[in-house]
Ligand binder design. Sequence first.
Ligand SMILES: [Fe+2]
Ligand SMILES: [Fe+2]
Length: 203
Amino acid sequence: MDLKQILERIVNDQSMHSKWLNTLSMMENAGARKIKACEHPLLVSEMILKHASEEARHAYYLKKQLSKIQEGACPTYEASYLLAPKQSQFYLDALDLRICKWLKQSYHWTGYELKYAAYLLVTYAIEVRAEHLYPVYKDVLTSTGSNVKVNTIITEEEGHLKEMKKQIHILFQGDERVATRAEETEQILYEEWLQALSTYCKS
Ligand SMILES: [Fe+2]
Ligand SMILES: [Fe+2]
């Protein structure tokens, strides 16, 4: 099944749809926490503060959308309230780990320099994915007449992607291969995640 087919199944089942929103919320929150973990305590910029706060807001916004489907469903991020819990929780950490390893080997960065470079590339790859995933989800929501909305998230993710592209261009002095490398790393993890979701939907 492709993403659209998976989402059609999910949205047509209240319990799965609640877990899907909760899973997205958990992943957005993991993104916000990762950004906070990367930031320099003194040199943090307005751009990073804005980015972390918007990802945290996405987590909250998605959690709030849950009440439109099932009041009180999925109160926490425990595995029983998530879709494909293992792969969903593993995705961001695995991406971060793989990109950090590659950056260390290729650039010999350490400390906050490494954290900042990893923040840019990990977030870039996620934003590319978000730019694909949220519009597909939005179309499924529209075609099924759901009142769940993700429009504001889409607008903010577009802004994040633009910003990450700009900052990567500056840090890596126009070397576009780093972005491609990040996308390739993410693609592998995304396919594993999609496969897990697909299995979940069929069971
Ligand atoms: Fe987000
Ligand atoms: Fe984002």
